[in-house]
Design a protein around this ligand. Structure first.
Ligand SMILES: Nc1ncnc2c1ncn2[C@@H]1O[C@H](COP(=O)(O)OP(=O)(O)O)[C@@H](O)[C@H]1O
Ligand SMILES: [Mg+2]
Length: 451
């Protein structure tokens, strides 16, 4: 008996310790079982307390009266499935007549503490079926990406969402992206994760980093072209525009549309071309975009106008040629001059890290969703890396990218350095294959060999 008591105490202490230090492990060992039991046992009473029941139907009442039975109870939504996941539970409910998905969405906060979970979100799967996703602990506190993610060409698992699912940056669905955030809010770490995710894919990376190249130049081995000042950036962007024109000529040449060609085979973008002649897609990463849009003299103003024009052209026409823009900045509004709002309108994929004021948040989400603006302002300063990201359906999520250090990203880029494609139009901006950047080697040694 005493041994039994000792064993119980040890298990409880271990569970408590895990829960405190390693919530993810706690969830996989004890949490998931306890939570499943708790949800199943409390289900009916919680639904009742949260107002998610419907009164018995007329015919059941009539039947009870005829059979002289007690009045039947209110009915709760039927559980279609309860699935444990790595971070929580997923509950699928069939709603009763008269209920709607908004009832469940409005009750999520009540469900959260009634079931003793960390977070609860809900969405409608199809008419009458609602999926309630619950997380057992704060998954964004220490982001661990699942080892198996659904990777497809040009689709990068870049961050974790609040409900425990993976947030993808899918370039083919959402070609251009804009990432905003105050300084030190996690933009560059997010971008670094994108680079590390794109590195193993068949894609040419082009970087423009006017912060003297501190963020992107260490990753130079996987980049097909880099620029660290506005002058080089201008030449690089104009070279990209001419690359885009060449790709369109290629697509034109391949179309050869005649009556005999089936509709599905007419090439309209690079993905319709046969594999052997398809040009590599290009992702253009711009860090601190405001540096490209500011000017102090007449001369610089001319340069700025040309840069913005090139960016606008790439944003408007680039998608079908496989050129995708990923722009980062602290603010991106009309105060940066003409052409900026036009460019912003083309950048569909919005992500906002912590911002200091509402106008900055409005630059990301003002024209999309007012709740997302509010959520972006409310991101606490101490949890860097948390961001609000719009998704392709018009909704938004709180996300956080894993904390990839520069060293880890450098290692990934070095590992896949041999995948760096040569884009002939950009050859002049290809960074020289210098020694591996390390703390002691000055960064200038990896500066691009501009022609
Ligand atoms: N996803 C994250 N998880 C944990 N820490 C982060 C994350 N993103 C950023 N940080 C921390 O915030 C610091 C600043 O991030 P950084 O991306 O350089 O900001 P920005 O480019 O917006 O100025 C980083 O050095 C890192 O310590
Ligand atoms: Mg930065």
């Amino acid at each position: 008996m005493t041994w039994f008591m000792v064993a119980v105490v040890v298990v409880v202490a271990a569970a408590g310790l895990l829960r405190w230090r390693r919530p993810a492990w706690y969830w996989l060992t004890f949490g998931v079982v306890l939570a499943t039991v708790r949800v199943l046992v409390r289900y009916a009473s919680v639904m009742d307390a949260c107002g998610l029941t419907v009164p018995p139907s007329r015919w059941r009442l009539a039947l009870a009266r005829v059979a002289n039975r007690p009045v039947p109870e209110s009915r709760v939504p039927r559980i279609l499935r309860l699935r444990p996941t790595r971070t929580g539970l997923v509950l699928r409910l069939k709603l009763r007549p008269g209920q709607d998905a908004f009832d469940v969405a409005a009750a999520t906060d009540r469900l959260r503490h009634s079931f003793g979970m960390y977070g609860v979100t809900s969405r409608e799967v199809r008419s009458g079926v609602v999926e309630v996703r619950m997380t057992g602990y704060d998954v964004l506190k220490q982001v661990q990406m699942p080892t198996k993610t659904d990777t497809r060409p040009m689709r990068v698992p870049v961050a974790l969402r609040e409900d425990g699912s993976v947030h993808y940056r899918d370039y083919r669905a959402v070609p251009h992206g804009l990432t905003l955030g105050a300084t030190e809010s996690g933009k560059s770490v997010y971008q670094r994760n994108l680079v590390a995710g794109l590195a193993p894919m068949d894609v040419a990376l082009v970087g423009i980093d006017c912060k003297q190249g501190v963020e992107l130049f260490p990753l130079a081995r996987r980049f097909s072209a880099l620029a660290d000042n506005p002058d080089t950036a201008l030449e690089l962007l104009e070279a990209l525009v001419s690359h885009m024109e060449e790709v369109y000529l290629l697509i034109r040449a391949e179309q050869r549309v005649s009556v005999a060609v089936p509709d599905a085979e007419i090439a309209a973008d690079i993905w319709d071309l046969p594999d052997d002649i398809r040009p590599v897609p290009v992702v253009v990463l711009v860090d601190e975009v405001a540096e490209l849009a500011l000017f102090a003299s007449k001369e610089e103003e001319k340069r700025r106008d040309r840069i913005i024009t090139a960016l606008v052209r790439l944003a408007q026409l680039g998608r079908a040629a496989g050129i995708y823009l990923e722009i980062c900045g602290q603010r991106f509004g009309s105060e940066l001059g003409k052409g900026i709002t036009m460019l912003r309108a083309q950048l569909t994929g919005r992500t906002a890290h912590r911002v200091n004021d509402e106008t900055s948040a409005n630059m990301a989400f003002g024209d999309i969703s007012p709740d997302a603006v509010l959520a972006a302002i409310q991101i606490p300063a101490e949890t860097r890396g948390i961001a609000i990201a719009g998704d392709s359906t018009g909704g938004w999520h709180r996300i956080r990218a894993p904390h990839t250090s520069l060293r880890q990203a450098v290692n990934t880029c070095t590992k896949y350095a041999d995948r760096t494609p040569d884009v002939p139009a950009l050859a002049a901006y290809r960074p020289a294959a210098g020694p591996l950047p390390s703390a002691r080697v000055p960064l200038s040694k990896t500066a691009p060999a501009t022609a």
